[in-house]
Design a protein around this ligand. Structure first.
Ligand code: AHG
Ligand code: MN
Ligand code: MN
Length: 341
């Protein structure tokens, strides 16, 4: 049977995970159920996003400022509430943490608890929502630490290398789920006519070297000399192409990362004089994307260290991020270290 026919017949995420349970112990039945809860949440968010332009009350700001000091949009709030509500009732989690909430989100005492903790960015790229531009949801899952009470931050302040799963939903021209449990990266596309995410991109591999760089270049006046040298390199004739890379920046990391995962390239959010640690959150943005990148053959650093080796000191810690095709990230990291200029 050809691959094209196989995809049309459809492999659901549950079937795919059940197959990996045999070869990969992290994919337990409980874990499969947890992913299914996330999927239901994402389907609900996808539904809201798809009709947001029609229903004015779904767009715009709530008037609140979140823990990050950022304006909260109505869809940010909806997505946050959907995931919290579903996750708290799943019986699979010990505790939760969201980009939008300051502290650990507890599972109420009257509800059952499980062995995992999840950290998520309910809507990533939310400044793009009102303009019908691709946005996403990012999640990162760890096993709880035995003996550590559920409500404490210790369960969350981990190295990214301890993640048992990470993934994102991309609400783009189609809605996709891309995830890893440590045995490669697999992509599923939501088929709205059957209401299921079906396997569309098994074993995604990122090109070793890309042709795209993604960075908010308007910040360049705040960059140090080395950061400027990194971006200058990708804009020079010294690249493997013998000409500059192409610049692409959406402002939704999920969408920028996904495009670079498909085509090859590097996404950067460096530190600058105003934001020495950049903008992105280590636990809910950088670590899950780093896990996915590495599992697809790519890499991720903060310009010095491997992202997955960094142990978070606080829930909302920020980090500079260079993530994407392996050789591009190695080059950027070398230049950040003063080599290879
Ligand atoms: P969020 O919408 O979750 O706050 O994240 C936005 C992030 C990331 O998605 C994006 O790449 C970056 O912020 C854009 O920031 P700039 O507008 O500073 O480029
Ligand atoms: Mn984000
Ligand atoms: Mn967000």
């Amino acid at each position: 049977m050809s691959d094209a026919i196989k995809y049309r017949m459809g492999t659901t995420i549950t079937e795919h995970l059940l197959q990996s349970e045999d070869e990969f112990p992290a994919a337990t039945g409980q874990f499969t159920q947890l992913l299914n809860e996330l999927i239901t949440g994402a389907k609900l968010i996808s539904r809201e996003i798809n009709k947001a332009g029609l229903l004015a009350d779904l767009l715009g700001l709530t008037g609140e400022i979140n823990v990050q000091g950022e304006k909260v949009r109505k869809l940010d709030e909806f997505a946050d509430h959907v995931f919290i509500w579903r996750m708290q009732r799943s019986g699979l989690l010990c505790a939760l943490s969201s980009e939008e909430n300051e502290g650990v989100i507890r599972v109420p005492d009257n509800l059952p608890r499980g062995n995992y903790v999840i950290i998520f960015d309910p809507l990533d790229g939310s400044s793009n929502i009102d303009a019908n531009v691709s946005i996403g949801t990012i999640f990162s899952i760890y096993r709880r630490i035995e003996g550590v009470p559920c409500g404490t931050v210790e369960n969350f302040l981990r190295r990214g290398s301890e993640q048992v799963a990470a993934g994102y939903f991309l609400y783009g021209s189609s809605t996709m789920l891309v995830y890893t449990v440590g045995n490669g990266v697999h992509g599923f596309t939501l088929d709205p006519s059957v209401g299921e995410f079906l396997l569309s991109h098994p074993h995604i591999r990122m090109p070793e070297q890309g042709k795209i760089y993604s960075v908010n270049e308007a910040n360049s006046m705040y960059w140090d000399e080395r950061t400027r040298a990194v971006i200058d390199y990708f804009k020079s004739g010294r690249t493997h192409l013998g000409k500059p890379y192409t610049s692409r920046y959406i402002g939704s990391m999920v969408a920028d990362f996904h495009r670079n995962l498909m085509y090859g390239g590097i996404y950067m959010y460096p530190g600058d004089s105003g934001k020495p640690s950049g903008k992105l959150r280590l636990l809910c943005e950088a670590a899950p994307m780093a896990f996915i990148a590495e599992q697809a053959g790519g890499a991720a650093t903060d310009g010095r260290r491997r992202i997955l080796d960094i142990k978070a000191g606080s829930l909302h810690e920020r980090t500079p991020l260079f993530v994407g095709s392996r050789q591009d990230v190695e080059k950027a990291t070398a230049i950040m270290q003063g080599h290879g200029l």
